[in-house]
Design a protein around this ligand. Structure first.
Ligand code: GLU
Length: 471
């Protein structure tokens, strides 16, 4: 049944389940649910061999209740209009959940980036940016793209450069896109941000003894057996921070298959092995699982789907053995798989909360670009000097004499990356408290996804109500 629902319908099914528990005006809910605008463009590009190819690209702006709209641009051969609308909707709810002042958007270019040369990718990116600018679908106060599947700082650099050349003299033009290289107005910590946010979210969830007890698990991340699907930017950093904090990586899934080891896999060892051999399979000491999707059913405490949407369906959900599903990807669990998990008492940490670290740090980057000032530049040395004065006062008043290491540790002022990571940690912790509070308020009726939707819908509804548009 559920497999016939499109991705956007899946997202809306989750939305509808949540709104049934609220008493907002149905007309207002329709306004929130619908996608406000979609731009579909087809443009020709010249391939390196001289042939011409028509490229399809989309940008969906789901909600204009706050501006600019925000969301990544993905390069994937599976991109279609329904997908960008679904992902744009998830961005709207995501931004509301973590209190980032944007509406949601998403873009997609229907290409497999591995089949194009760097020069071809540059031509495609610059042309798409031109089309977006032309139709008013990009700008610091309009719509601000970022990296997503198949794109990264390099593509963002081409976007900002193209935008700049089309709007010379626009003071805030650097803020037209986030996830840029640091030298071009990016921010330290953005690359790792989504994975770091995933870790912070999992850590928050695992820190509550009562909730862990209900799952038959010990409190804390340490010792938890984790399986990660996808070693892209999000999956890699989520796995890395989990491992650094004592979790045991018992399985890794990639396109070519999966590998498992109950004793734990060395993440960087696997990455190096894949670079050398072209595959994660055959990693020394691990068991090969040739069909990647079978890896989702490995015995573990936490399953982290960090690849693409609709990986866990009503077909495989009954066989998933994890007690916690940590949705690092957007939309990895279908609506009916979600129902199975609710019935089985599996805890799903929803995407719209868990992977919001990326857009949170994008927000910091956007603010940095608008303020034209690096975070920490004004305070770092001042803070350092006052910390050193306190340390020396302690030394003068007591017999204590600080070591060089202690002086370095206690004395240093916060730089950009420290502040970004601290702001991200605060955001993920606070948002989880809000969601959990709603979940408790609604008793057994609300799971974490429903509570996240209620949280987002309430916040968006208030914007319309405060404008006097709806009662
Ligand atoms: N593409 C990322 C996401 O899905 C980041 C979006 C952004 O930073 O605007 O959340």
């Amino acid at each position: 049944m559920s497999q016939r629902r499109t991705f956007f319908e899946q997202v809306n099914a989750g939305f509808d389940r949540a709104v049934a528990m609220t008493d907002h005006d149905p007309r207002l809910l329709t306004q929130i649910r619908e996608c406000n605008s979609v731009y579909h463009v087809t443009f020709p590009i010249k391939r390196d061999d001289g042939s011409i190819e028509a490229i399809h690209a989309w940008r969906a702006e789901h909600s204009h209740h706050k501006l600019p709209t925000k969301g990544g641009i993905r390069y994937s051969e599976h991109v279609n209009e329904d997908e960008v609308k679904a992902l744009a909707a998830l961005m709207t709810y995501k931004c509301a959940i973590v209190d980032v002042p944007f509406g949601g958007a998403k873009g997609g270019v229907k290409i497999d980036p591995r089949k194009y040369s760097v020069r071809e990718l540059e031509r495609i990116t610059r042309r798409f940016t031109y089309e977006l600018k032309n139709k008013h679908f990009i700008g610091p106060g309009v719509d601000v793209p970022a990296p997503d599947l198949g794109t990264g700082p390099r593509e963002m650099a081409w976007i900002v450069d193209t935008y700049n050349s089309l709007s010379s003299g626009e003071l805030n033009s650097l803020a037209c896109v986030t996830g840029k290289p640091v030298a071009l107005g990016g921010i330290r910590g953005r690359t790792e941000a989504t994975g770091r946010g995933v870790f912070f979210g999992i850590r928050e969830v695992c820190s509550l003894e009562e909730d862990m007890k209900a799952l038959g698990l010990a409190t804390g991340v340490e010792g938890k057996r984790v399986v990660v699907q996808g070693l892209g930017n999000v999956g890699y950093y989520a796995a890395r921070f989990l491992q650094e904090n004592g979790a045991v990586l018992v399985g890794i899934l990639e396109y070519e298959g999966a590998i498992a080891s109950p004793k734990g896999l060395d993440l960087d060892g696997v990455v190096a092995h894949r670079k050398e051999t072209g595959s994660i399979l055959g990693f020394p000491g691990a068991t090969d699982i040739p069909t990647s999707r079978d890896g989702l059913e490995l015995d573990c405490d936490i399953l982290v789907p960090a690849a693409i949407e609709q990986q866990i369906t009503d077909e495989n959900a009954p066989r998933v053995r994890a007690k916690i599903i940590a949705e690092a990807a957007n939309g990895p669990t279908t609506f009916s798989a979600d129902k199975i998990f609710r019935e089985r008492g599996v805890l799903v940490i929803p995407d719209a909360y868990l992977n919001a670290g990326g857009v949170t740090v994008s927000y910091f980057e956007w603010v940095k670009n608008l303020s034209h000032l690096r975070f920490g530049r004004m305070q770092k040395r001042y803070q350092e000097a006052s910390n050193l004065r306190i340390l020396s006062a302690i030394e003068n008043q007591t017999a204590k004499s600080f070591t060089e290491d202690e002086i370095e540790k206690f004395g240093r002022g916060a730089g950009e990356e420290d502040l970004v990571n601290s702001g991200l940690e605060e955001t993920m912790a606070l948002a989880y408290l809000q969601i959990r509070e709603i979940k408790l308020r609604y008793g057994n009726r609300a799971d974490l996804r429903t509570a996240s939707f209620i949280n987002a819908i309430d916040k968006i509804a208030w914007c319309y109500k405060d404008m006097g548009i709806f009662p």
